[in-house]
Design a protein. Structure first.
Length: 262
């Protein structure tokens, strides 16, 4: 129902975030469409968060449905049937986890800040502590986001990750600029700066998908129980919202998970 992010005359889009550019009425209608598609009932409550790139986690119950404003956090866990736990993204990584034995679900928002703060690893630990979940009973899904092909970052992020993870260097790779003008006329781009001080050269690209898969593994989730959804939000803007690709003018996608009513 959203018209804020599409060309004139194009079909409406499924923006699920209350962004400044869109109307609240359109987003509420979109959320009802999503709830109906997932559960068969468009009135199924969706519990969302005010995300701020943290590792803060909350336990959700029916009281969250009646709150005037969502709670401020980047991870939500619940065992209450009939609710959908939701994470909004437009390049960051959504991670969904379920314990089908204990009937507990969780949703995590993992941008690079949440990832380096171990939000997924901490979240699985919280599921164990609060609900007695066992890692061997968990299944997980990692949704679409900006993948390594497009996720260029600064050197400082490598240092941040190295301070937290022994395998940090495995998450980064150097990508060389493939600009055809530079390839054809290399002399135009020579500089007198010392090596390592020029903007010309390889960029570091971070694999956030693998980073969060490794956290699930470190938390005890079986490799075969982790599903990866293909698709780079930055590459495929015809399918996904991308904050990076649109330079900030983007709607929000929503990843949801819930416990079925008996």
């Amino acid at each position: 129902m959203s018209r804020a992010y599409c060309a004139e005359g194009a079909p409406g889009e499924l923006n699920l975030g209350f962004t400044a550019a869109d109307t609240r009425e359109a987003v509420e209608q979109n959320r009802r469409l999503l709830a109906g598609a997932v559960t068969g009932n468009s009135a199924t409550p969706i519990v969302s968060l005010r995300q701020f790139h943290s590792n803060l986690l909350v336990i959700a119950d029916k009281a969250d449905v009646k709150r005037e404003r969502p709670r401020k956090a980047d991870g939500v866990i619940s065992s209450v049937p009939g609710l959908l736990m939701a994470i909004q993204t437009a390049d960051c990584i959504p991670v969904l986890v379920a314990d089908r034995r204990q009937k507990v679900v969780a949703a995590f928002h993992a941008g690079w800040r949440g990832t380096v703060k171990r939000i997924v690893e901490l979240g699985v630990g919280r599921m164990r502590l609060e609900f007695g979940c066992k890692p061997e009973d968990l299944v997980a899904a990692i949704g679409p986001g900006a993948t390594q092909c497009c996720y260029a970052v600064g050197e400082e992020l490598l240092s941040e990750f190295e301070s937290q993870f022994s395998y940090a260097r495995e998450l980064f790779r150097e990508v060389f600029d493939s600009d055809p003008v530079r390839t054809k006329y290399p002399m135009l781009f020579l500089t007198q700066r010392a090596p390592g001080h020029s903007p010309i050269g390889p960029q570091l690209h971070l694999d956030l998908i693998e980073a969060n898969r490794r956290q699930l593994l470190d938390a005890g989730v079986r490799p075969s129980a982790i599903s990866l959804t293909s698709g780079c939000t930055n590459c495929h803007t015809d399918m996904f919202f991308s904050h990076r690709a649109s330079r900030g003018h983007a709607g929000r996608m929503m990843s949801v998970i819930g416990v079925k009513k008996a």
